[in-house]
Design a protein around this ligand. Structure first.
Ligand code: TUI
Length: 313
């Protein structure tokens, strides 16, 4: 049942992708997810090309399974990191926070599978015409850079609008979420926050503890007024941001406040004055578990969820 077309396309056992979270999704996490039968991704974030190359080489040493790289299109190094994934023949590239159209031909030319993340039907339709292999429809429940439409609304609309496989993202934290995504027309899912809360994730223990502590209402979306909306755990930083916004600060001042704050939260563990990007599903996560246990828990519970569903109807 889990052997979808998407699994064949990506050469993976389960149609479960790990979100390519900047600073969080390192080679260790990506390799652990790929070894567990999903598709692990390295989050390139704002990484310079040399750092990404080292991370890819490390991932290759940790797994013989396919893995991917997520390229954040707002990165100042976007062109150089695209060249690195081409040179390293990375199997899959996902993109976020923009339109990857101009990079698609070069990636396709070497057989890399291209899977953009979209937050709207319009962009999904535009990208289908330039030859993408699949598409990730990401709802606003997600952590980090978000759009304005929920997963529940976005996934069926994108599934109706395109003929490539759709991967649902945002708010998925267990087998129920996976079955719901499949019911909405997705062929697979992308999971971020739950994999961030894993043993293999190299993020600071404070960041992982913040996920475990979070309730479903612990996050807010900051930055709507600057055009860079991000979902983060409410803390001293988000309160200062809101205060600056109320006082009519400029976009530059507001953007300046965020500089280096994701790194501060994820690598240095500053969860009070860092940008603690997590999805709303953090409210469901109560412990840090090994990646393989997380994966098996999801996969093994899917038949139970479906049986229960059939009984209800
Ligand atoms: O990219 C993400 N999530 C991210 S990226 C990130 S790194 C960051 N660091 C500091 C400040 C801000 C971000 C953290 N989280 N998710 C994929 C995603 N892409 N979500 C939404 C979109 C998106 C939004 C608008 C994709 C395309 C788009 O429009 C482009 C267009 O031209 O229409």
């Amino acid at each position: 049942m889990l052997n979808s077309k998407l699994c064949q396309l990506l050469n993976i056992k389960y149609p479960i992708l790990q979100g390519g979270m900047a600073w969080v999704a390192t080679a260790e996490l990506a390799a652990a997810v790929s070894n567990a039968g999903g598709l692990g991704l390295i989050g390139a974030g704002h990484m310079p090309p040399d750092a990404l190359k080292a991370e890819i080489i490390k991932a290759k040493s940790l797994t013989d399974k396919p893995f991917g790289v997520n390229i954040m299109l707002m990165s100042p190094f976007v062109k150089e990191v695209m060249q690195v994934v081409i040179d390293e023949r990375v199997a899959v590239v996902t993109t976020g926070a923009g339109n990857p159209g101009e990079y698609i031909p070069a990636l396709k030319a070497i057989g890399t599978k291209v899977i953009p993340v979209v937050a709207s039907v319009a962009l999904a339709k535009r990208l289908e015409r330039v030859g993408i292999d699949a598409i990730i429809a990401e709802g606003m429940e997600s952590g980090g850079h978000v759009g304005e439409v929920t997963t529940m609304t976005l996934v069926p609309l994108v599934a109706d609008a395109v003929s490539v496989p759709v991967i649902a993202a945002g708010g998925i934290g267990d087998a129920r979420g996976v079955v719901a995504a499949l019911a909405l027309g997705a062929q697979g899912v992308q999971i971020g926050t739950l994999f961030a809360a894993s043993v293999e994730c190299t993020a600071h223990p404070n960041y992982k503890a913040a996920i475990v502590k979070a309730k479903e209402r612990s996050t807010v979306v900051n930055g709507v007024s600057t055009g860079h909306p991000v979902r983060v755990i409410a803390n001293k930083l988000t309160r200062e941001f809101a205060e600056l916004e109320k006082r009519g600060a400029t976009i530059e001042e507001l953007d300046q406040l965020g500089v280096g704050k994701l790194r501060a939260a994820v690598r240095d563990g500053d969860v009070d004055y860092g940008s603690v990007m997590v999805g709303q599903i953090a409210g469901m996560i109560t412990q840090i578990r090994p990646v393989n246990e997380i994966m098996q828990d999801i996969v093994q519970n899917i038949p139970k969820v479906i049986t229960e569903l059939t009984r209800k109807i």
